[in-house]
Design a protein. Structure first.
Length: 261
């Protein structure tokens, strides 16, 4: 197959998120993670293996994103955070950064109707400074259009960094201390969590990273402090709901003690 002329953005994804019920795994009761975080890694290497430029790997990833969202709905996941663009990704080439900004904006614009049909509530985690205004505008529009949906919350982590989130929370608390609204010696973990980007979203139960890399790369360090970690070998454009289901299946077999014996 020649990849040079493939329009990846038109590759088919299900009109509705439901597969043949016979192929959807039946996970044990109470064993499906409420909140899954996904580090979508391997787009560049996928493209390189095919003699393509890196941006073609990002294009090929689009249908995988929505197949994964569909699989999360089928599995019963309530919150899904997708690591889309990190604060460190600004260090990539200007060409790739421009592509990722424009592509992220266009995906949200083109797919908001589909997500709304699926009952997805669109959320965002990240910093506004430096992020393209056109991306913020599309995120704001998508969040407004889908704010009443309750099937699944999908958080797009764009211009997100875990250390940046913690620093921003600390700065917000410090400002309240300076203004006399709270006492500096009364800062608690609960108070700190209330100043994160999405404080109403529960902590992460499962972090999945593709491409075989075994690190979390500044992804949700506060929220994922007790998350189970799963590292899958496939490059992200070769993934989809089956990979997510596999990771959930392994999660369901683990015991979570949270420091207890």
């Amino acid at each position: 197959m020649s990849f040079e002329n493939v329009d990846y953005t038109s590759l088919s994804v299900p009109a509705a998120p439901f597969s043949d019920p016979s192929i959807i795994p039946h996970f044990p009761a109470g064993k499906v993670p409420c909140h899954v975080g996904v580090i979508m890694d391997g787009n560049g290497r996928w493209a390189k293996q095919r003699g393509l430029i890196r941006t073609e790997g990002h294009k090929a990833a689009e249908p995988v994103v929505f197949d994964t969202i569909a699989g999360a709905i089928e599995a019963g996941v309530r919150y899904l955070t997708l690591y889309t663009f990190s604060t460190e990704n600004w260090n990539r080439s200007p060409f790739e950064v421009r592509f990722l900004m424009g592509f992220s904006r266009d995906i949200i614009h083109r797919r908001v109707g589909q997500m709304n049909d699926w009952g997805v509530r669109v959320r965002w985690a990240g910093r506004r400074p430096r992020l393209w205004k056109s991306v913020i505008d599309e995120l704001d529009d998508a969040m407004e259009k889908t704010k009443n949906n309750k099937t699944i919350d999908v958080v797009f982590a764009i211009n997100y960094g875990g250390r940046a989130e913690i620093a921003d929370a600390a700065a917000a608390i410090a400002k309240k201390v300076r203004d006399g609204r709270i006492s500096g010696d009364r800062v608690t973990e609960k108070m700190f969590q209330e100043h994160l980007y999405n404080p109403d979203i529960p902590n992460v139960d499962l972090v999945v990273r593709t491409s075989g890399e075994m690190r979390t790369s500044n992804f949700l360090p506060w929220e994922a402090a007790y998350a189970e970690l799963d590292f899958e070998p496939e490059l992200w454009p070769d993934c989809g709901r089956q990979i997510l289901w596999r990771a959930i299946g392994k999660y369901a077999q683990r015991g979570r003690r949270f420091g207890k014996a």
